[in-house]
Design a binder for this molecule. Structure first.
Ligand code: HEM
Length: 133
């Protein structure tokens, strides 16, 4: 008998959430918010936010069990270290999560998947704070 893929709960979160398209939509919407944000926008060194959007999408795809393209291109994530050049204080943390909340909402994922994704993002954002000012 043919057992359809996924019925034995072998799917990764990446697959359950809709694969590459979902993570690209998430990163796209998030950076639309960042582009308009007076605190966050100046933190991004590049004129074009496209490459940053690509890195975030690839990182999240890899984190959730999708293709490992991020590490092929960028090496080990070491995200806290990569954020060290930027002042990630409480205000930056809150702004980042505000745009991420909007982006997560826009996906309209099933509630359990949305919660899992959001809980991770809250935890990860907290771990990126590197300044008390
Ligand atoms: C808490 C507030 C945060 C702020 C203000 C912030 C800001 C930034 C900035 C300014 C960059 C440099 C632009 C770039 O090279 O892409 C960056 C890079 C990046 N951020 Fe964040 N970030 C935050 C949290 C997070 C979190 C929670 C994650 C992951 C869940 C994340 C994932 C990334 C990734 C993957 C990159 C690209 C790293 C690379 O390969 O160079 N960031 N972030």
């Amino acid at each position: 008998m043919e057992i359809p893929r996924g019925t034995l709960e072998t799917q990764t979160f990446y697959e359950q959430a809709g694969g590459e398209e979902t993570f690209r939509r998430l990163a796209r919407r998030f950076y639309e918010g960042v582009a308009e944000d007076p605190l966050l926008r100046p933190m991004y060194p590049e004129e074009d936010l496209g490459p940053a959007e690509e890195r975030l999408a690839l990182f999240l795809m890899q984190y959730w069990g999708g293709p490992r393209t991020y590490s092929e291109q960028r090496g080990h994530p070491r995200l806290r270290m990569r954020h060290a050049p930027f002042t990630v204080n409480r205000a930056a943390h809150d702004a980042w999560l505000r745009h991420m909340r909007d982006a997560v909402d826009s996906l309209e994922l099933p509630a359990p998947l949305e919660k899992k994704l959001w809980d991770y993002l809250v935890y990860a954002a907290g771990s990126m704070v590197n300044s008390a000012d």
